[in-house]
Design a protein around this ligand. Structure first.
Ligand code: UDP
Length: 399
């Protein structure tokens, strides 16, 4: 790999350059440059480039593909999330205190009951789609399902450990992650998906079908979405400065009031997830919490650049940085983003290999059966932690 690294860097710099070692650094400044400015940029790149080579090499050496039987690729996540409740179990008092953080469900005699009001009906319905088929297997239990974007139980600020199920969290939270409603329905409603993003099973097929051959993809970076987090700004600014390198633009969301909400530009046209596949480099960013976009991008067989590593969904830990996607530090500057994109423009084979591994991983380990399997394992193990006899709350309705 080191030899490969040296050769690749020599090629990627200039034909007039002389490479001194297998680290690929240029021997002298004069030999390496046509101009002072060019030298500085290239030297900067070659240092960054060495960093990327090392990161890929190290990640690949440590990587062992996971075994997809019985959603084993993801099972460590639910074990870790349930661990805080292992010693004392889940008590009636804990559930009563947790009720303020989400929608109250009961499973009694293999029937599902829910509090009448649900803040986001399509999200509750997306959750129930996965829970109902499991009822025959489940012991009596009570669940508090948070259907908001934000997790609820902060590891340090919350006074006690209480069980709340949320779709996304950071390591700071004790919430128990469940596969989001949006695998079925209730995802963000944008003009393109007016009833809300959902049906992962259908997207798996429709996006994969149009995932263009690598050679046909435009070798530029792409992002389309609203400004749910300003962590997206650097890429949008880079796109405005270098439209040939990046096409990243803000779209309207329901909160849009003026061009200020799209970083002082008119909102861009929304682009279907399928259309994303025309581009070689696809960016993912957190939104309010994790963005549902992430999993779809892999289906394009394009190279996914994932910004930040804080916000998780249940399947994120199975994806490995530099193996399946390119990790991008939060708050990278436009210049840093440019160096990273240029590295993969100039090292096509590396880009393509990571893209292919990312696609294979999501295609093979994030099937609808894996989502259903995760729900099953999660609820069976959660049910074993219940330490009391669940009594029917008559204010709940059967769903
Ligand atoms: N989306 C899309 N095309 C667009 C804009 C958004 O497909 O042009 C999808 C995107 O993939 C994401 C959802 O709509 O899953 C919401 O995107 P947004 O950026 O508004 O919010 P996020 O949830 O990412 O914070």
């Amino acid at each position: 790999m080191h030899l490969l690294k040296g050769i690749a860097i020599c090629i990627s710099l200039s034909v007039t350059q002389i490479c001194a070692s297998n680290e690929g650094m240029c021997m002298t400044k004069t030999q390496c440059s046509e101009s002072e400015e060019g030298t500085t940029t290239r030297k900067l790149y070659s240092e960054d480039f060495n960093k990327y080579f090392d990161a890929i090499e190290t990640a690949l050496a440590a990587y062992a593909p996971c075994n997809s039987t019985n959603c084993n690729c993801h099972v460590d996540v639910l074990k870790a999330d349930l661990k805080p409740f292992k010693a004392k179990g889940i008590t009636r008092e804990m559930i009563n205190r947790a009720k303020q953080y989400g929608t109250h469900y009961q499973v009694i005699d293999n029937k599902l009951y829910r509090q009448r009001e649900c803040m986001f009906p399509a999200r509750c319905s997306g959750v129930e789609h996965f829970v109902k088929p499991l009822l025959a297997l489940l012991p009596d239990m009570e669940l508090i399902v948070n259907c908001r974007d934000w997790p609820q139980i902060h590891r340090h600020w919350s006074k006690e450990k209480i069980p709340v199920l949320s779709f996304s969290k950071t390591a700071e939270y004790l919430d128990i992650m469940y596969p989001a409603w949006a695998f079925w329905e209730g995802g963000p409603a944008i003009a393109l998906y007016p009833t809300g993003l959902g049906r992962w099973d259908r997207h798996r097929k429709s996006i994969t079908q149009v995932s263009a051959a690598w050679e046909l993809k435009e070798p530029k970076a792409f992002f389309r979405g609203s400004r749910t987090s300003d962590e997206r700004d650097a890429l949008v600014l880079l796109s405005r400065a270098q439209p040939a390198l990046v096409d990243a633009q803000y779209t309207k969301n329901q909160a849009w009031k003026s061009p200020q909400d799209t970083l002082n530009a008119e909102p861009a046209r929304e682009v279907t997830l399928e259309e994303h596949c025309q581009y070689r480099f696809l960016f993912n960013f957190r939104g309010v919490a994790a963005s549902f976009r992430f999993k779809h991008l892999f289906l394009c067989r394009s190279l996914v650049f994932h910004v930040g590593d804080e916000w998780q969904e249940f399947f994120y830990p199975s994806l490995k940085p530099w193996v399946h996607y390119v990790p991008v530090p939060v708050r990278s500057t436009p210049e840093e983003l440019e160096a990273l994109i240029r590295f993969f423009q100039e090292h096509d084979k590396l880009a393509r290999d990571i893209a292919e591994r990312g696609y294979e991983h999501i295609w093979n380990h994030l099937r609808m059966v894996d989502v259903e399997c995760y729900w099953k394992k999660l609820l069976k193990r959660y049910g074993k932690l219940i330490r009391y006899t669940v009594e029917r709350d008559t204010s709940l309705i059967e769903v």
